[in-house]
Design a protein around this ligand. Structure first.
Ligand SMILES: NC(=O)c1ccc[n+]([C@@H]2O[C@H](COP(=O)([O-])OP(=O)(O)OC[C@H]3O[C@@H](n4cnc5c(N)ncnc54)[C@H](O)[C@@H]3O)[C@@H](O)[C@H]2O)c1
Ligand SMILES: [Zn+2]
Length: 372
């Protein structure tokens, strides 16, 4: 039997009901507003910026910018960059900084990053470094950036082929999440972002895991509620440890193996999206958790079955375990050449800095591949 393609598997229904979830989530240094256009208008009025720059990529310029401009009737300079991770790099920063200078940006200018994690990470980085830092607002437009990338202040770009190699941790002025932007997002991107929401449940809130893993939200109102629940989890962890000295590491659950798979298939005809790789990472690292961390066998099988029911089973991506293990060895989180992983000690509880040896990783990949 041939494996299903990632994009064929599920249907979302985002447009059926109106958005109802309007919320303010207070973080230590800034607030995350959900579906709160009025607050954005007031915020900009109070800031009295000397000029406003809106950073978009080609897709968000097409799908999101007009909605933004309809609501915010102030003059703005729009900067549009090419879409995709390959453009999250220094050349594009130079284009952005040059544009800011050409249009006379000064220390009182405001930058609004309207896009997914690429626009948010890079636009935030450009703003945080331009003239030693101008204010910026994150307006994430993908599910992944709404529940994950826009919260926690990590900003940066890829360098010499290494992800997020150059960057800073800097709080935005505020984050404005408008879940209506998700209506134009391709299903495959939605599912990719959903993996981070599942991860949030697995590491910190069993109720969220049970709800999300049984059924995806059925309408726009339910999506709004679940985005809020997920942001609350990320906010709690990043508020406690903004610099990732300790507890913030648990957000990397599923990412040791997940990142290796993402890199392994990056330059191939069928690359994995980040969340797709993380979904496989969640299953395989749950296996390691069962062997080392205290996760029970029932919990392990529940995690595998529920994630497979959402993402399908893609054994070809975990073939060639030597290459995958080699990539895991170069993971930034490793200490003294030992693979360090986040493990679950139960559903909703995680522990970090755990040592996992190559043989166990091999068995974990086999657990996914063979569905033993
Ligand atoms: N800073 C953090 O803490 C953090 C956390 C997780 C991920 N990230 C970063 O986030 C990036 C991935 O983010 P992403 O998945 O949002 O990728 P992305 O920004 O590349 O967006 C994915 C695709 O969706 C398009 N798009 C965006 N919004 C859309 C909309 N509303 N409708 C239609 N198309 C739309 C984009 O143009 C792009 O083609 C990576 O660079 C990753 O390193 C950062
Ligand atoms: Zn991730």
């Amino acid at each position: 039997m041939t494996e299903p393609e990632w994009q064929d598997m599920l249907l979302f229904n985002l447009s059926a009901t109106p958005v109802t979830e309007v919320r303010r989530i207070k973080c230590k240094k800034y607030s995350v507003y959900v579906n709160h256009w009025d607050a954005l208008l007031q915020d900009i009025e109070q800031m009295r910026p000397s000029s406003v720059f809106v950073l978009t990529d080609q897709q968000t310029a097409k799908f999101c910018l007009h909605r933004f401009l309809e609501k915010i009737s102030i003059p703005v300079h729009v900067i549009t960059i090419a879409e995709g991770e390959i453009h999250k790099q220094l050349d594009t920063c130079q284009q952005i900084w040059s544009f800011l200078m050409k249009k006379g940006a000064d220390r009182k200018s405001l930058m609004i990053n309207l896009g997914g994690g690429v626009v948010g990470d890079m636009g935030g980085f450009c703003a945080a470094t331009f003239m030693r830092g101008i204010s910026f607002i994150q307006m994430p437009t993908t599910l992944l950036s709404q529940v994950d990338a826009s919260v926690g202040g990590k900003l940066g770009i890829d360098f010499l082929g290494f992800k997020n190699m150059v960057g800073v941790v800097q709080a935005p002025h505020a984050v404005y999440i408008m879940t209506e932007f998700l209506s134009s997002l391709p299903e495959r991107e939605m599912r990719s972002g959903y993996a981070e929401m599942l991860k949030h449940g697995l590491i910190a809130d069993a109720t969220v895991w049970h709800r999300l893993s049984r059924q995806m939200p059925a309408d726009a109102a339910a999506w709004g509620r679940e985005v809020v629940a997920s942001v609350e989890i990320k906010k709690k962890i990043t508020d406690e440890d903004p610099q990732e000295r300790g507890i913030r590491k648990i957000l990397n659950f599923g990412h040791t193996i997940g990142h290796a798979l993402e890199s392994r298939w990056l330059i191939s005809p069928q690359p994995l999206l980040h969340g797709e790789a993380v979904a496989i990472g969640l299953i395989t690292e749950a296996f390691v958790s069962y062997r080392l961390g205290g996760l029970t066998e029932d919990e392990l099988f529940e995690i595998r079955e529920r994630i497979l029911s959402i993402y399908g089973h893609h054994p070809r991506y975990v073939g060639g375990s030597d290459e995958i293990i080699e990539l895991i060895r170069s993971d930034k989180k490793n200490i003294n050449g030992q693979t360090r992983m986040v493990l679950l000690s139960g559903i909703g509880q995680a522990i970090y800095n755990q040592v996992a040896d190559d043989q166990l990783v091999r068995e974990a990949l086999m657990f996914y591949r063979e569905k033993l």
